[in-house]
Write a protein of this length. Sequence first.
Lengths: 162, 395
Amino acid sequence: MAEAIIDKLRGNIGAENVLEVKYPMARRIFVLVKPETFKLAVSYLVNELNFKHLTTISGVDLGEEFEVIYHLNDDTNELSLKVRTPKSSPRVPTITDIVPGAALYEREIHDMFGIVPEGHPKLTKVMLPDDWPEGVYPLRKEWTIEKIRAKLDGKEEKKKDG
Amino acid sequence: MGEYESESVFEVPIGPQHPALKEPAMFMFKVDGEYVVDVDANVNYNHRGMEKAAESRTYIQNLYLMERVCGICSFTHQLCFSQGVEQLLEVEAPPRAQYIRVIIGELERIHSHLLWLGVAAHEIGFDTLFYYVWRDREIVLDLLETISGNRQNYAMSTIGGVRRDITDEQTHKAFKSLKILEERTKFYQNMIPRERTILKRGVGVGVLKPADAIALCAAGPTLRMTGVKSDVRFNDPYQAYGEIPWNVVTYDTGDVVGQVMVRVGEVLEAVNISRYALQHLPTGPIRRKVPRSVPSNETVSKTEAPRGENIHYGRSNGTDKPDRWKVRAPTLANIPAVSKMLTGGYIADIPIVLAGIDPCFSCTARVAFVDVEKNKRWFWSQEELRRYGIKWYGG
């Protein structure tokens, strides 16, 4: 059944755009698609294959690029749709026009990784405090806990002085 | 105000601090007279950096970090984490451990739903029900303490099984406790749809349509009260849930009464599931030995928390620490839905509608009413707002 879903997806967005597929256990599908066809894949899965429920969006730091994972659900299968974006200019198209419930999760990956969901209606902070320093994306690997702490401590000092 | 025609639109910030709840959140309400016309939710006051912290801890240490994601549904996060690591290792817990996990999970659901029912009763000024329900909740907390040694944070699950067995003596006590809980809950289930106070404050209040619930990706009882049959235990049966007969509880009103009835129904189901699991507890070991280091892999682990669908995404890299561990607790999923439920309702209904999703963030330190035109502001505490709600309904 899981294979049939992926076959349909291949047929719709083109087999060459599906880069990697895994079925690690029952009811779990991991699929990596090309960024150009990512939005097409979302709209096909949501509107045609009934993957209407977006559980959340996860980000992963792979070193040179980010992997953004959309955990979609059709009441039975948990399909993790992945797309990669370079760290130098991380961006993904917003899917809030297809799944309104994605709004908070897209803001979350923006907070934690600095990945810009292009076309998001209101991209403000959702997880981090309003006075969090600009450019500190805590879940990027280069931002170690020590580095974040040093940055935040520096800010505290400034407050005391001023 | 600009976008609103009426000059009588006020901005009412609720939050971010309140001693009665655990975590802070802020809701900016735009109100016209008694009506809420717009809501903007802000939950960024209590970021604890748990996902980052998980990357620098071993899997065993993370068991106890994950248990502290939530203060009420602690077990479901620990279970979701241990289950995820087991999936990464491609092993399964022994059958007896899976049944014990189901039992603890369901007992936790009973205590969480009863806690909620008490809070909901308090929010609508029905304190008698609050005292009754919280008295009954002690029964399940005592039972959890007998089994695990703790009323909360049971530290029961570990990678590869559970840490403590359930003895015959404890099973005997559990049957007695479950019987009392069942009787009490049946009494509430019978009483609530006919109770005037609840009907007056609950019928048609904080309504969520099934289509909106699906579009906004709502989860748990908030989704099921609209009539949508969706439950991780049913859709994606984990642990021993596939072997245990039970029913998904739904309700069709999508209002506060629906929230109450779904949760009361789920308490009864949880009693049945726990009883069945105790009666059919398989013999054998309660845990298996697993390696400390986890080979490179990735997984999606899901459980049904009392508040709804709980998901952990984990990625391992061959060491004894995860490369990435993502946690999404169900309250976040229900924030867009509760914003929708509040819009169009009365100010007096804010406390019960907010409480309706059983939020795991704090709510109201104070309510500031700001008249932007006249530059006047005044403050109400949560207690004053609650009283206002009760008085407004002629209580």
